[in-house]
Structure formats: structure tokens, C-alpha cells
Ligand binder design. Structure first.
Ligand code: SF4
Ligand code: SF4
Length: 82
């Protein structure tokens, strides 16, 4: 039994039920990489050329909110889609 896969699947269900999605404003990003460091499922990638984060793998996001809390520039929001 893969506990991590089970947790990700469970959180994806919660995410869908709550209609939550990441909204990222690259113009506010100051390249601290805290989002990259805290995301438990690898949604963020540092771009060392632009000194900004890139949001990848949005389908993996479990809407835990860690990146939102850690971002010092208020560049990330969890929004309700409906
Ligand atoms: S809300 Fe959680 S899972 Fe989604 S991108 Fe942010 S840290 Fe990763
Ligand atoms: S935590 Fe915020 S400011 Fe830092 S890299 Fe991520 S989006 Fe950019």
C-alpha cells in the first residue's frame, strides 16, 4: 500500500469538492523558492534565469495552502473556481 499516493488521491478529492485552484501572479514573485521548498507534491520549479518560480503540475496540487502561507510576496492565492 502506497500511503503517499492514497493521501494525494484523497486530497485531490477534497480539492475538487471545494473547487480550489492555485492562482499565481508571476509579476509579484521575488524568487525566494519557498513555494518550491514547501510543496509536498512538486508543483513548483525555480527558474534561475528569470529568478521567478514556475507553477507546474497543477493537476498534482492538493490545495494544502502551504505555498500560499510561505510566499513572502503574496504572489500565490488559493481561489474557489465557482
Ligand atoms: S497548495 Fe499545497 S500542493 Fe498546491 S501548489 Fe501549494 S504547496 Fe503545492
Ligand atoms: S514563495 Fe512566492 S516569491 Fe518566493 S518563489 Fe514562490 S511565488 Fe515567488
Amino acid at each position: 500500500m502506497d500511503i503517499k499516493k492514497m493521501l494525494v488521491a484523497e486530497w485531490q478529492n477534497v480539492q475538487q469538492l471545494r473547487y480550489l485552484s492555485i492562482k499565481f501572479d508571476p509579476a509579484k514573485c521575488v524568487g525566494t523558492w519557498q513555494c518550491y521548498e514547501v510543496c509536498p507534491v512538486g508543483c513548483w520549479t525555480p527558474n534561475y534565469q528569470t529568478r521567478q518560480a514556475e507553477f507546474h503540475n497543477g493537476h498534482r496540487c492538493i490545495a494544502c495552502g502551504a505555498c500560499v502561507l510561505q510566499c513572502p510576496a503574496d504572489a500565490i492565492q488559493l481561489t474557489v473556481l465557482r
